[in-house]
Design a protein. Structure first.
Lengths: 398, 398
């Protein structure tokens, strides 16, 4: 049976998220300190509350929530999200997805034909970049500056390409993965203006914005587009409970123009019909009981000292020619080494020193790789591990 | 913002599952007896057992199962499935999916380019047909006979088309949706032989085979291909817990050659990363505790008398020129009315008589519609509703 010649070209050429493979590699090294994964801290998962809620919702309404439900999610959960986020929208502008990746996939499935373009921050989240490439999109990488992507480069790309072929600007505006950078309010507005003028959608990926330890919260692109530009359709915003309650639950949501949501629902019918209804109901109850506010507070109290520890250990151990971002929240920061250093090679050296990170090259689209950066995660290790691990990385550089 | 011209052609042309819309319509008619839905009976859902298990698995291992997990599902659940089904395969030949539709989508996403062909039983499950069309496949409809699809017509299609463009034969071999027909052993073997000879994959959709009330269980195409033809790759088999534990859980699985599973996992990374891990663990425990065997027995004891009732009410009330299938299991049977009758029109008449079914035309691919059949579901209504409802349908025919 020669089934291989039956696969689509994209399937055979498709890249895996190499990050998953790297994280796998680190598991076999005893005593290793890992800053590689993108894992929230399990100490923050509200295990006992969720255990009670699962039992409660099944006893209360099991015969209903074990049945087929609506594509696009439960009314109850959509309303609870709107209330929690204090959004001035209706439930037909919300869609429940099986994790943020599922929301992003459904969005690109609805809009991308092979050969289309997506403008992306560079570096960016590899999981999205490989999904874009898998559906046949060409990625136009825009360099990240300390206050968000380079607006001039964005404009140049739009000038150089037919704007009808550019389908999305993909951005993670808050505590970006992998850089930890937050986009300034000014750039948020400029980007929305440019997107509206050129008829390009913005795909706002927002897994982290609620985890802010420093500074003032910024309005989402979704909110700015509606409130300042009176535009309901330019931003599709994808948000997730993965970093708040646990990624094992696979509950995320998309906010968008109701007609776009309706199209995405039509794809969802073919892709996975609905998201686990029992878990949807559990998350509804969690929100309705007002538990999320304290939970977010608890996570921030957990992550802030870890972030502080990482920055102070970097100050202590790193040579002068190494620079890093100082994130105001989230789970990651980014190191820039001298241009002569290739962190793909440093990765192997680091494993020998029993410490791991993700080499920067893994966060670039094909052909736009840079090699002198690396990503560090501070949400998963302990403060002691952070200090010792940063010391070990510094040792590999000397 | 003119986002509509940004959508893919397939997105704008995409059909929804009209069945969902019809089922929606029936909800607003008071006193209506519905045979329209494809819902398992909520009385069979093991609510209390699941409530206990959710609590148990979270208390036992919450910090782990709320974290990110492996794409393609938990080892533990894969092994529990292999043991339950007494399969001679390894866990890398199993993939956990978020419902059977998600498994089917991931399979077609891996193999179908726009313009490819899928051979399908006709009529068949509309949810799959619209998914095939959405990814750009042309459907070649093969007429259903009383013992499965018409093999001569299947051969003719293969002769008429380039076999490398025919990617799948899609079949629901047991208690097919919508007809209730089960494929004979002879046809199973013929189909596998033809598929191997012509290098065409078989996509076996198996949501119902465990719900057999009459006759002897038949081997799946997956098992026959391996045991009789020593071929591991020709059949991709998709199975689900939706009709056994409840569709709200969204737990299904794909069995296939390990290299095909690996490709499908690569797509799953982009489509939804993983299936809800808490629910995966609950289903693992449910299987490990040996609860499924009794559960299946309980469902069969629930559905068999309902099926019997429907057949005997049809005998009692239907005019002589109406014929129906006598399913040996599953959830549906199929009525054939005289060719002059259009069940799309009968549907509206039936609503006036406060009874609903799905008109047969909804189960055909575009351009191959027939109008004189209809599908009846017997798993959801009570025996009394079945008798009264069949009487009402008979009344609309006189």
């Amino acid at each position: 049976m020669n089934w291989r010649n039956k696969c689509t070209r994209n399937t055979l050429m498709m890249k895996s998220s190499m990050i998953r493979n790297l994280v796998e590699m680190t598991k076999s090294v005893p005593g290793l300190i890992s800053f590689a994964g993108g894992f929230p801290s399990p100490s923050t998962f509200p295990v006992a509350q969720l255990a009670d809620l699962y039992r409660e919702v099944l006893h209360e309404d099991g015969k209903n929530i074990l049945q087929y439900g609506s594509t696009g999610g439960e009314q109850e959960l959509k309303q609870a999200i709107i209330d929690q986020e204090e959004l001035d929208i209706t439930t037909d502008e919300v869609m429940i997805c099986s994790g943020a990746t599922n929301g992003i996939y459904t969005a690109i499935r609805s809009f991308i034909e092979s050969g289309d373009f997506i403008i992306s921050e560079s570096p960016s989240f590899l999981g999205s970049l490989v999904a874009f490439e898998a559906v046949g999109a060409n990625i136009l990488p825009v360099t990240m500056r300390s206050d968000g992507l380079d607006i001039e480069q964005l404009k140049t790309y739009i000038k150089q390409n037919k704007s009808e072929k550019i389908k999305f600007i993909y951005t993670i505006p808050d505590f970006q993965n992998p850089t930890g950078i937050t986009m300034s309010n000014e750039k948020r507005e400029m980007m929305i203006k440019i997107a509206i003028e050129n008829d390009i959608l913005i795909l706002e990926d927002d897994p982290y914005s609620k985890l802010r330890f420093y500074g003032t919260a910024k309005n989402s692109l979704f909110r700015i587009a509606r409130e300042k530009f009176n535009n309901k359709s330019v931003v599709i915003s994808i948000r997730s409970f993965s970093k708040l309650l646990g990624p094992g639950l696979r509950i995320a949501y998309t906010l968008a123009d109701k007609n776009i949501i309706s199209l995405m629902n039509s794809w969802a019918q073919k892709i996975n019909v609905t998201t686990d209804r029992v878990t949807q109901r559990v998350v509804s109850r969690y929100l309705e009981k007002g538990l999320l506010t304290d939970q977010i507070k608890h996570i921030k109290e957990t992550y802030k000292p870890l972030c502080d520890q990482m920055v102070s250990s970097l100050d202590k151990y790193m040579p002068e020619n190494v620079k890093w971002t100082k994130p105001e929240g989230g789970m990651f920061l980014w190191l820039n080494l001298p241009e002569s250093v290739n962190t793909d090679n440093q990765f192997k050296k680091a494993l020998n020193h029993k410490v791991a990170f993700i080499p920067g090259s893994k966060f670039y689209s094909q052909g736009s790789e840079k090699y002198n950066g690396l990503r560090l995660n501070f949400s998963f290790p302990t403060a002691e591990q952070i200090d010792e691990g940063i010391k070990r990385i510094a040792d590999t550089l000397s």
